[in-house]
Structures are given as structure tokens and as C-alpha cells.
Design a protein around this ligand. Structure first.
Ligand SMILES: NC(=O)c1ccc[n+]([C@@H]2O[C@H](COP(=O)([O-])OP(=O)(O)OC[C@H]3O[C@@H](n4cnc5c(N)ncnc54)[C@H](OP(=O)(O)O)[C@@H]3O)[C@@H](O)[C@H]2O)c1
Length: 249
């Protein structure tokens, strides 16, 4: 370090990276979740990823930087069922220790029939995947998180939560309900014990595995999404009191 450097600059250069602790990413084997897993591992976090699919977990592990592989903890389990989330919670606590953060990146995009033509099976499946899974993860893990120092809980959302989409009605409806769930948690007792945020991603996420149409230049990359959510998880995140965050900001 240069002898002539101001003390404040020297301090900034030597400041240790904040400790992100152990973070569980529900949906971490999915598209958005994986971007977050990579970014958290890059920041030194220990990252627990549950998935119903052993194959998806193996594929995720294969794409992780080998030097961070020992901090990626994989768990076959179903956070979208009542028994499943309890088992995931108990296994995490027994095998990995106290969680400091949870990210819920749950439920996939869907588009198809307009509202009056929706089948009961489509409605029920999306309600289950995009809303009930959030309920179970929040209800199951918030009390555990509250035992930790500086706990943080983050949900991912998409643009349809704000914009009624004629061909994606169940996505818009469950997205809006997911947001209200977090707002309701925020005004309940547990909301005073755990830092809460929703991060709404306002564009498609262009990952290395992108196979869709030519992306617009302003669409977010997986790296941008992952880095932003890792910033939110970090103890030194600047907007700690802002419940609803949007990317691009
Ligand atoms: N991908 C994008 O371009 C994009 C853009 C904007 C916003 N987002 C937001 O990102 C979030 C995740 O979307 P995604 O595109 O990453 O979806 P995805 O690739 O399908 O991943 C969703 C994850 O949710 C889990 N999941 C779904 N239903 C479940 C259930 N019933 N029980 C337990 N787990 C369940 C799956 O876990 P398993 O591994 O167990 O199957 C999967 O890993 C959503 O909030 C979405 O709005 C995504």
C-alpha cells in the first residue's frame, strides 16, 4: 500500500468483505436461482440449495466454480410441501448450522389461455408452484432465520406482478399475492425480527444458457441479477428499510 495514501483509502482497501454466512436459495437449481447461487458463492457465502431433482442439483454443481464447490451444499427435498419444508429446515440446521439468509426464487413463467379459458389444473398448479411454495418457505424458515444475527429474507418476482398479462393471468395474480404476502409478513411480529425484501426483475434474465429470441440490449444478465441479490443479502446493503426493490433500479 502506498505510504502517501490517505488513511481512509487505506482503510477501505483493507476492509474485510462482509460475512454473508449460510444462505439457503429455494429454487437455486432454477434459472434465476442459479445466478444468485453463483454470486453468493463468489462473495464467500456457504449456499444451501434444495431441489426436488437430484439431476438438476448435479447439473448445478457441475457449473459451479470448483474452488467454491465445498461451500455449495445440495439437498434433495421439496420446499413446496409441508413435510418437505420441515425436513429441509431440520436437515439444514442439523448438517450445516444456523441460516443467516433465505432467498425464495420459486415458480416458473407460464403463458397460454386467457382468463375464462383457464383449466382448473393449470390454475391449481400455478397457485401451488408460485404462491403456496412461497407461503411454505416463508412460514417454515422465518422463525429459524429470526434466531440469527442480522437475518435477511429475499423473494424474487417478475414484471407480471405489476402488469396484468392477458396470456399469463395466473402468473400476474400469484405475483401480486406473493407481494402482499411479504407486505403482510412485514407488519407481523416476525417482520420486526427479519430484514425482508422483494426483488422484482423487470426484464427476462439472459443467462449463458439463454435459447430464446435475440435479447434486447437492456435485458438483465444473470450476472447482474446475481450480483444485485448478493448485495441485498450483504449486511452492508444500503437500502435495508426498503421492502420492494426493482431491478433495473
Ligand atoms: N427466468 C427469468 O428470465 C426471470 C425473469 C424475471 C423474473 N424471474 C423470477 O425468478 C423467479 C424464478 O423463476 P425462474 O425463471 O428461475 O424459474 P425456474 O427456472 O422454473 O425455477 C423455479 C424454481 O422453483 C422451484 N419450484 C417451482 N415449483 C415448486 C414447487 N411446487 N415446490 C418446490 N419448488 C418449486 C423449482 O424447484 P425444483 O428445483 O425443486 O424443481 C425451480 O428450481 C420467479 O419469481 C420469476 O418471476 C425470472
Amino acid at each position: 500500500m502506498g505510504a502517501g495514501q490517505p488513511a481512509s483509502e487505506q482503510q477501505a482497501l483493507t476492509k474485510p468483505a462482509p460475512d454473508l454466512g449460510i444462505v439457503l436459495v429455494a429454487g437455486g437449481a432454477g434459472v434465476a436461482g442459479e445466478c444468485i447461487v453463483h454470486a453468493l458463492l463468489d462473495r464467500g457465502a456457504t449456499v444451501v440449495v434444495p431441489s426436488r431433482s437430484e439431476a438438476r442439483l448435479a447439473a448445478l454443481a457441475g457449473r459451479v466454480d470448483p474452488t467454491a464447490r465445498d461451500r455449495l451444499r445440495l439437498l434433495v427435498g421439496d420446499v413446496g410441501s409441508e413435510t418437505g419444508i420441515t425436513r429441509v429446515r431440520d436437515e439444514v440446521l442439523n448438517q450445516h448450522g444456523q441460516l443467516r439468509g433465505v432467498v425464495a426464487s420459486l415458480g416458473a413463467w407460464w403463458e397460454g389461455e386467457q382468463f375464462v379459458d383457464l383449466s382448473m389444473s393449470t390454475w391449481s398448479r400455478i397457485l401451488n408452484d408460485n404462491l403456496t411454495s412461497h407461503f411454505l418457505v416463508a412460514r417454515g424458515l422465518l422463525p429459524v432465520l429470526a434466531q440469527s444475527d442480522d437475518p435477511v429474507f429475499v423473494t424474487l418476482a417478475g414484471i407480471a406482478a405489476d402488469h396484468p398479462e392477458p396470456h399469463a393471468a395466473p402468473i400476474s395474480i400469484t405475483g401480486a399475492a406473493q407481494r402482499m404476502m411479504l407486505r403482510t409478513i412485514a407488519v407481523s411480529d416476525i417482520g420486526r425480527q427479519v430484514r425482508l425484501h422483494e426483488v422484482t426483475i423487470m426484464t427476462p434474465i439472459v443467462t449463458d444458457g439463454w435459447t430464446g429470441e435475440q435479447p434486447a440490449t437492456d435485458w438483465l444478465t444473470g450476472r447482474q441479477v446475481g450480483d444485485y441479490v448478493a448485495d441485498v443479502i450483504s449486511p452492508d446493503f444500503a437500502r435495508r428499510d426498503t421492502l420492494l426493490l426493482e431491478l433495473p433500479a
